[in-house]
Design a protein around this ligand. Sequence first.
Ligand code: GDP
Length: 609
Amino acid sequence: MSSGAPRGQGQEIRLSRGASLSDFADKINANPGSLVQEMFNLGEMVTATQSVSDDTLLLLGEHLGFNVQIVSPEDEDRELLAQFNIDLDAEVAEDRLVSRSPVVTVMGHVDHGKTKLLDAIRKTNVVAGEAGGITQHIGAYQVHYEHNDEERAITFLDTPGHEAFTAMRARGAQVTDIVILVVAADDGVMPQTVEALNHAKAAEVPIVVAVNKVDKPDANPEKVRQQLADYGLLAEEYGGDTMFVNVAAKPGTGIDELLEAVLLTADASLELTAPVDGAAQGAVVESHLDKGRGAVATVLVQKGTLRAGDSIVAGGAHGRVRAMLDENGNQVAEALPARPVLVLGLTSVPGAGDTFLAGEDDRTVRQIAEQRQARRRAASFANSRTKATLETLMEQLKEGEKTSLTLVIKGDSSGSVEALEDALFKIEIPDEIQLKVIHRGVGAITESDVNLASASSEATATIIGFNVRASNKVKEMADRANVEIRYYSVIYQAIEEIEAALKGLLKPEYEEVELGTAEIREVFRSSKIGLIAGCLVRTGLIRRNAKARILRDGTVVAENVTISSLRRFKDDATEVREGFECGLTLSGFGTPQVGDVIETFEMREKPRA
Ligand code: GDP
């Protein structure tokens, strides 16, 4: 059976990962419908604009005789940058490399103390001795530590958890050099401990184990060592090459030893060097839109030097670096490799894990950003389905019986999540509305949050991100699943908006607003349209399709009547005003009489207090 799709003879065609049959059709000058038919014949039902799997593209290519090459987003980006003569992997002369500090991510099972540990490390900024210590949460910070009489820096990404780590890796940003695996000594190895371990191994990142909560009476740090040995992490004291350090993050003990261990591990197994020359490259660690400052992004420089005034492109965002701030809120003029800085001046918010680079000039970075945006738009258009907004969600809820707002709350610390949740439950809401929090947690918004939100039985849950973000991958997934994610950085703002949403969830209350009255002066019969009432509008106006009731001698003789047609002389009219005559027909009332009064009104939604 032939469907008219052209046959190739082994010609190569390049398609982006996630392309649709339409994209395929474009490349071979075919009608997309013919490819839908071909796929149907091959036993797969897909629409022309739907993004399809690599396998489907390859299968169809083979079937039609084309050699399909699937281009990954990373390759595509390299090709794009090559157009601007930018080569991210350009060789650097050995003597232009300098040593840089290690970049550490803290991972481990929930409640094992990742956040507390990061807090404790932040407080030990011994050498730098900033008066107030690290005050700003910018998503990453650097601490200085004296090691072998030498001041060394260590960079910590303070979005704990392996989701952020894998999300960044998935986007091509390999920023972590060392993973600190936190295991609570009173709880031992748990499922997420193993997951984190596997992620670190997959990324070939060395691990330092922080055996935490050793201050607890039921702590058993030896057991943690034994358990992890089963997963291939053998402690040095047992002849292995993994450093285990006993710590207690809450009281802050063992932190120095942990930092030592990080430096020793870095020196033993990694060669941490980077070029300082040239345009900066790196990755976005965190970003958000700030009310006063616009788009702000914390970037980690990986190569080269970033300077205030540089033109940069980060994912699909671009701009000129207006100012750079460190984790102490101090302005810095330049950032060398492994230095996280908060960058002001981007025109839009990039995603966590997006790579950034400084370009020649504003024009270059703008063009790169625009091309990336265009590509993303094309990709998301292919995948687009109707996207839920809070408004459409509210519409759905208005229509249906569902009157609950279901939330998943993610925040940057357990304190902020609790504070937000407490405040939300203090909002005064009417009884018919229910606010439910089905999950709460610390860290970036993850795929499992989206899964949970979309799987929620009542209504699709909305995900609230308080000072945390979702990676673009998770965002895309949320879009596909019609899960809405809302970001906040100020509690009162979150409360205000959620309160407004809850009020919006209430079924609207309507009130009757009188439009006008008309008196029937004559009644005609038309063979086509039935009874026509010739009226004089006494007050206000009469509007076509308006609701009406009929009064006869001051009593209501009919309700639920509609003005089904309205004419002024021979012409259809939408409304006729006081003092004018009109002809109208009434549906829902079959016996109009001269002298009847038609009272018309409209139902309007009552604004809520
Ligand atoms: P995360 O989910 O891994 O980020 O864990 P958190 O840092 O939020 O810690 C979970 C709980 O364990 C909190 O109640 C902490 O106060 C507590 N905790 C963390 N570290 C220690 C510790 O060293 N000793 C004790 N006793 N409690 C700790």
